[in-house]
Ligand binder design. Structure first.
Ligand code: ADP
Ligand code: MG
Length: 313
């Protein structure tokens, strides 16, 4: 394409909120034959909410929620936000501050009753770990609990599997290295997701879903959105490996993602597309930024490249 054609395409892209970082990126998108989607925040709205809570111990529900929210308070993960919101609403009435001020923010109210968490660490792809009241608290997936030799009772495992088959993410909680309960979190698909997946297939492009979430949840979500090729329980660093393995036969691979965890994959892809508000680091690693946070713009980007370069072939 002539420099003028590239400039025109860049302008057309920008008017759709598709920011293209240079002529090479624009050119590569035409030949993409795989589009890898991150699940959370990319195919889904990234607005997780707690739908189920089940305590498997003597602990009262309110205390359970306080404990879990306190452990998650320093995490930036979408799952953490969902848990804090749920706990906040649960406690809103019985723990409303009585000092007369009614115009406190959510964060101020939370700070009134959250417990102090010591030695907090966020474990990518697994969950969070800290100490509360001198006891270790673990909130995350099976792998996290297994690492600390916490056994999950059969009854709880059955409950978890049921959540997962319904496309929900099950979050496990251990206190003092004993299993104490489960939360189920739902994150609805973006409205356009299924249509875009169908559109890509019609363009001869193979859609793939990659996620750190467990296989059952991943498969249930993939089925809803129409994706047959699923890679689940992938640790954050493994997403780039998935891309490299697809590239070995000369395939052109696009990756669509939003989070910090996705930047190595965005960089490894032939065409990296950061979607939505994204994180600065994801935006930096990407060739395209889809500012409208709409998956339709994955098609807009590929289409624009195809049209720009078809004209001069
Ligand atoms: P995704 O690839 O879907 O964006 P992540 O790699 O961020 O997922 O996380 C994978 C899994 O690790 C989650 O599904 C969850 O089970 C667990 N996890 C990660 N962070 C947290 C957290 N802050 N609290 C609880 N669980 C978490
Ligand atoms: Mg993610």
């Amino acid at each position: 394409a002539t420099p003028t054609a590239v400039m025109v395409a860049t302008g057309v892209g920008a008017s759709h909120g598709v920011l293209i970082k240079g002529g090479d990126a624009l050119e590569r998108a035409q030949s993409v034959n795989y589009v890898i989607f991150d699940k959370t925040g990319t195919l889904t709205q990234g607005k997780a909410s707690v739908t189920t809570v089940k305590v498997f111990s003597e602990m009262e529900l309110g205390d359970f929620l306080t404990l879990v929210a306190s452990a998650e308070a320093s995490s930036e993960h979408p799952l953490s936000r969902a848990i804090l919101d749920y706990a906040y609403h649960y406690h809103y009435f019985d723990k409303l501050p009585t000092n007369g001020t009614t115009k406190q923010s959510r964060d101020q109210i939370l700070s009134e009753w959250l417990l102090e968490a010591i030695d907090f660490s966020a474990l990518p792809g697994r969950g969070v770990k800290c100490f509360i009241n001198g006891k270790r608290v673990l909130v995350g997936n099976r792998a996290l609990l297994a690492e600390h030799s916490v056994t999950v009772p059969t009854e709880a495992e059955t409950f978890l599997v049921d959540l997962e088959l319904n496309a929900k993410t099950g979050i496990l909680v251990a206190y003092d290295d004993s299993f104490i309960g489960v939360l189920g979190v739902a994150d609805p698909l973006k409205r356009e997701a299924a249509v875009v997946v169908e559109g890509l297939k019609k363009m001869g492009i193979h859609p793939v879903m990659v996620t750190g979430d467990n296989w059952r949840t991943a498969n249930a979500v993939a089925k809803e959105v129409g994706i047959e090729d699923v890679r689940a329980e992938v640790m954050p660093a493994g997403k780039a490996d998935v891309i490299r393995s697809l590239q070995t036969d000369g395939s052109m691979v696009a990756m669509v993602g939003d989070g910090i965890n996705d930047s190595p994959a965005l960089a490894a892809a032939d065409v990296g597309m950061a979607i939505g508000a994204g994180t600065d680091i994801a935006i930096e690693a990407a060739d395209y930024v889809l500012v409208r946070n709409s998956l339709e713009d994955v098609i807009t980007a590929i289409d624009l490249s195809r049209k720009t370069f078809a004209r001069i072939r």
